[in-house]
Write a protein that binds this ligand. Structure first.
Ligand code: ACO
Length: 315
């Protein structure tokens, strides 16, 4: 995992927009988030997280044959952030591509890597979720700027003798695409004076609708993946939800019959890091001793698209 060193607290935000620490904590659970310094890119954070994951796995960059970066904020439209990470790591034997699934990025990229590994054609995959969202946030819009932060999480995936991924679930609903989007910068509104004047290069969101859909879809997905894996909530040791909002997480846990004691949260310190969120949480849950060898883990995510999905795994 890699996060920028600069911390932006709720108290700092009180000086920037009409909000309060109390409002942000009670509505979201977030206390602070990390913000990249100007010039720090998604591939910078992704490379550091990827390097650490490789070290933990005891692999050299040349051992990788697959490298996926999940991100909504690549360094540039092309080449992909994954190619820039490949260059920096020296992972010359890996095929590299980015995956765009917004906040579901970590989960979608892990499921994608699993499919490649399952064919037997690929042996060692590096999966990274990374974002520098701070450059795409309207820091005058109090309804969105309090939510997000920058960071990267990574994991190495390879075939295992026992355990590993037990079941997966990936879903999308493009009919709800207008709930969360950034209009500018793509082929619809290429960068122009007009697109800047109209503030099209910032994220826009219908928070209340996203909230409702996130709760319903993540609860359904958790139940489905546990059923497919043959697990009851009692048999799961740790749940790793997308770290968007404590109230969303509590509601998902309630509807999926998951006790909150089993749910890992770090959104208090990082906010919503979108595609990096689940992998950053998985990393810190393992470091905190909340996940040990043989434990059953369920990850669940939801994001723009709308996209959502889950993974049940044995660590
Ligand atoms: N500080 C103070 N007041 C605020 C702030 C703020 N930062 N933001 C909004 N308000 C005000 C609103 O203007 C509104 O005032 P009004 O009643 O006078 O109009 C009031 O607070 C209530 O606003 P709501 O939008 O109804 O507040 P809600 O309880 O829904 O919380 C929030 C808003 C936190 C954005 C919530 O809807 C949410 O978390 N939605 C999910 C969004 C999300 O997580 N998106 C990330 C991507 S998708 C995903 O990751 C799941």
């Amino acid at each position: 995992m890699c996060v920028p060193s600069k911390v932006l607290t709720n108290a700092d935000l009180e000086k920037m927009v009409d909000t309060t620490d109390e409002w942000i904590r009670t509505r979201t659970g977030i206390q602070e988030r990390r913000i990249a310094e100007p010039g720090t890119t998604t591939s910078d954070l992704a490379t550091e997280a990827g390097r650490e994951a490789l070290g933990q796995a005891g692999l050299k960059p040349q051992d990788l044959d697959l490298l996926i970066v999940a991100t909504t904020t690549p360094d540039m439209l092309f080449p992909s952030a994954s190619c820039l990470v490949q260059q920096r790591l020296g992972a010359a034997n890996a095929v590299c591509f980015d995956l765009s699934a917004a906040c579901s990025g970590s989960v979608f990229a892990m499921v994608t890597a699993q499919q490649y590994l399952a064919t037997g054609r690929y042996r060692n995959a590096l999966v990274i979720g990374a974002e520098v969202l701070s450059g795409f946030i309207d820091w005058t819009d109090r309804s969105t700027c309090i939510l997000f932060g920058d960071g990267a999480g990574a994991c190495v995936m390879a075939p295992v003798e026992r355990g590993g991924i037990l079941a997966t679930d990936m879903r999308t609903d493009g009919s709800a695409a207008e709930l969360l989007y950034m209009a500018g910068g793509g082929s619809k509104h290429p960068p122009s004076h007009e697109s800047v004047d109209q503030r099209l290069h910032f994220l826009r969101m219908n928070g209340a609708e996203v909230f409702k859909m996130a709760v319903r879809r993540m609860a359904e997905s958790v139940k489905r993946v546990m059923a497919d894996a043959g697990l009851t909530p009692e048999q799961v040791n740790c749940f790793i939800p997308h770290q968007a909002n404590h109230r969303i997480i509590e509601s998902v846990a309630k509807f999926a019959d998951v006790p909150m004691e089993k749910v890992f949260e770090n959104l208090q310190r990082y906010g919503n890091t979108s595609a990096a969120s689940n992998l950053m949480a998985l990393y810190e849950a393992v470091k905190a001793g909340r996940i040990n060898t043989g434990d059953r883990v369920v990850m669940v995510a939801f994001g723009a698209g709308m996209t959502w999905g889950s993974i049940a795994l044995e660590w």
